[in-house]
Write a protein that binds this ligand. Structure first.
Ligand code: NAP
Length: 280
């Protein structure tokens, strides 16, 4: 199959490596000519360049630019698509993208591979990045069944576990497990840095171990990505943040009231819930 990838970075490059390994012909498009050359040299594309017209003749086109470029890039690609071509994206938020693109191209299907690393750009591309990872597709009621079948087959050939859900459900689910944790973790760092006595803050730093390292990790990640997620998934994130504020307020009240029995009961519940949620 001839497949085009627009935006040759971590995700686009990794898709290119796997799709070529699986025997597909991959044409790459990116903004920077040097990125295109590197993609070919690394084996992530058979050919690559900056011209969107390169997607012509592709049966499937993956949109893999940064989140804030997906819609405009998708619209710019539309005039170059072959009739019936499947257009999909890999953006971490689905509702605004699906809303904007599926109305303009019936064979647009939103997608989100739940895989990544801490690195970015074509040099970070990895073979088998998607293997054993969830890959969500968010078809609408008007998505042609035949197009969905082709894309689902490609996703499964990457070794991913395929999930289907409506775009709004995807966005609320990732707000809980990805976007809320970034802000909770950032707020933990902020609160700790707010300690007014320098001596205590220094001591805390010296004593900090794996617990603080684990809980602060995602709050210390890429600020641009965190802001983009919040911007594009604002409503779902606000729902999660408000519920989280309620949870923190409830725990604070228990400590204020010295209600240790209730606190222990709640921590017993979260201990059981965490295992069941993370390792079902
Ligand atoms: P990335 O490594 O920064 O790659 C994006 C690539 O797109 C860049 O290498 C850049 O290449 C190119 N690009 C930038 N602006 C462009 C534009 N206006 N037009 C065309 N190409 C452009 O980012 P990524 O991590 O692969 O993320 C890409 C998408 O995957 C995002 O939508 C993100 O939401 C989604 N995603 C990311 C992860 C993750 O963990 N990283 C996981 C799942 C999904 P040039 O050098 O050519 O500018």
């Amino acid at each position: 199959m001839r497949i085009a990838i627009v935006g040759l970075g971590l995700i686009g490059g990794s898709l290119g490596l796997d799709l070529r390994r699986l025997g597909h012909g991959v044409v790459g498009v990116s903004r920077n000519p040097m990125t295109c050359d590197r993609a070919v040299a690394l084996g992530a594309a058979d050919e690559a360049g900056c011209e969107l017209a390169r997607v012509e003749g592709a049966a499937v086109v993956f949109l893999c630019p940064p989140l804030d470029w997906v819609i405009s890039m998708g619209e710019a690609v539309l005039p170059h698509l072959s009739p019936g071509a499947i257009l999909t994206d890999v953006g971490s938020v689905k509702q605004p993208i699906v809303q904007a693109l599926s109305s303009q191209w019936p064979q647009f299907i939103g997608g989100h591979p739940m895989a990544g690393t801490a690195h970015q750009g074509i040099e970070a591309a990895e073979s088998r990045l998607f293997q054993g990872r969830p890959y969500v597709l968010t078809p609408t009621t008007s998505t042609p069944a035949a197009s969905l079948e082709v894309l689902a087959g490609l996703v499964q050939s990457l070794g991913s576990t395929l999930y289907y859900c409506p775009p709004d459900q995807h966005d609320q689910a990732v707000a809980w497990i990805s976007h809320l944790p970034v802000l909770v973790s950032a707020s933990l760092i902020q609160a700790c840095q707010g300690e007014s006595q320098g001596e205590i803050l220094r001591l805390a730093q010296q004593l900090a171990s794996s617990g603080f390292r684990d809980t602060s990790r995602v709050g210390g990640g890429n600020p641009e990505l965190g802001t983009l997620m919040a911007r594009y998934n604002r409503e779902a994130l606000l729902t999660s943040l408000r519920q989280y504020q309620g949870a923190i307020a409830g725990l604070t009240q228990l400590v204020e009231a010295e209600n240790w029995a209730e606190l222990q009961q709640q921590l017993q519940a979260t201990q059981v819930q965490r295992s069941a949620f993370v390792d079902p």
